[in-house]
Design a protein around this ligand. Structure first.
Ligand code: GRF
Length: 199
C-alpha cells in the first residue's frame, strides 16, 4: 500500500510508520512526506529515511481554497492508496476531501467525540477526566468528526502535566496507528455512515 504522510511537527508518529515499513511483511511503503511548513524534525526524519518530501504553505497561496487544491494535486502525484495526517496541523478543504475522502485518516490525542480541536490533552486535564486516549479516524469535513476506526484509552494520573500526559498518549497513538495502517494495507475497508468495516 502506497502511503503519503502529512506532518507539521516532530514526527514521532511518522517515525513509527517509517520503522514499521522497513519490514516487507508490513505491506506499507511511505512514498512521500508532505508538510505545511519548513524546518521541522518530521521532514528531517523523512529525509534520513530517503523518502521524498514536499512543502505546501498556506501563505504561499492567495487563499485557502487554492492551497487546498495545490495540496491535493501534490499528494495525487504520488498516487497514494492512503493518506495519513500524523500531527498535521491544518484542516483540509473540499478539493482534498473529494480526492482522498475515503482514504484519508487522522490520529487525535483524545477519545473522540470528547475534546476535538487543537488542545485535546489540555482540555481533558482541565475537565478533570481520569481517562483519555487516542482515536484513529477517517477525516470528513468537520473538525475531528469522521468515522472512527479505532480508539485506545490512557489513564490520567494526578501528577500529570499536559506534556507528560501527551507523551503517554503518543506512545499508545504510535502503536495504534502502526497497527491500523497495517490492517488497512492487508484488508479492504468500507465506510457506511459512521461505521468502518474491514474485511
Ligand atoms: C500527536 O499526538 C497527534 O495526534 C497530534 O500531534 C501529535 C503529533 O506528534 N495531532 P508527532 O509530531 O508525530 O511527534
Amino acid at each position: 500500500m502506497r502511503v503519503v504522510v502529512l506532518v507539521s511537527g516532530t514526527g514521532s508518529l511518522l517515525q513509527a510508520l517509517l520503522n514499521a515499513s522497513v519490514d516487507p511483511d508490513y505491506g506499507v511503503q511511505v512514498v512521500a512526506v508532505g508538510a505545511d511548513r519548513a524546518g521541522i524534525e518530521a521532514l528531517a526524519r523523512a529525509e534520513r529515511s530517503g523518502v521524498p518530501t514536499f512543502i505546501e504553505r498556506v501563505g504561499d497561496y492567495p487563499n485557502r481554497q487554492l492551497w487546498d487544491a495545490a495540496l491535493a494535486a501534490r499528494v495525487a502525484q504520488f498516487q497514494p492508496d492512503l493518506v495519513i495526517s500524523a500531527g498535521f496541523l491544518k484542516l483540509v478543504g473540499h478539493d482534498f476531501l473529494v480526492a482522498f475522502g475515503d482514504r484519508f485518516i487522522n490520529t487525535h490525542p483524545s477519545l473522540l467525540p470528547a475534546f476535538p480541536g487543537a488542545h485535546p490533552v489540555r482540555d481533558a486535564l482541565a475537565y478533570g477526566n481520569t481517562v483519555t486516549g487516542a482515536t484513529v479516524f477517517f477525516v470528513d469535513a468537520g473538525t475531528d468528526t469522521g468515522p472512527i476506526i479505532e480508539q485506545r484509552a490512557v489513564s490520567i494520573q494526578p501528577q500529570d502535566t499536559e506534556a507528560s500526559l501527551h507523551e503517554r498518549i503518543k506512545q499508545v497513538e504510535r502503536e495504534m496507528l502502526v497497527e491500523v495502517v497495517g490492517r488497512l494495507a492487508r484488508q479492504s475497508w468500507t465506510i457506511t455512515g459512521r461505521n468502518v468495516t474491514l474485511r
